[in-house]
Design a protein. Structure first.
Length: 101
């Protein structure tokens, strides 16, 4: 299963693996067919889920409202639906963000 998959026109499903309580927010690369993220927020009361959306929004320069948690609310492995983006555009943004770190 790839970490990106096109759902409908303008909707992409992104699979992430989240490492909560990290020392800083960062993209760590591709791990087990998921984009691995380090997030400073703890996995309590959806704080880490919210932090993932805010962090990805700033990394990919897209509005937070375009990123919706699709599954994995209480898991490290999450699927996020990203609306208004093509799979190719999102893949390029991920590569740029990974290279910038």
């Amino acid at each position: 299963m790839p970490y990106l998959s096109q759902r409908d026109e303008g909707r992409v499903l992104l699979t992430v693996h989240v490492q909560p309580r990290a020392s800083r927010n960062s993209l760590l690369g591709i791990h087990d067919q998921a984009l691995k993220l380090a997030i400073t927020a703890p996995p309590v009361d959806s704080k880490a889920n919210k932090a993932v959306i805010v962090f990805l929004s700033s990394c990919f320069k897209i509005p937070k409202k375009q990123i919706v948690l699709h599954s994995g609310q209480q898991s490290r492995r999450k699927k996020l639906m990203i609306e208004g983006e093509s799979m190719q555009d999102l893949r390029e943004r991920i590569e740029q963000a990974l290279n910038a770190q």
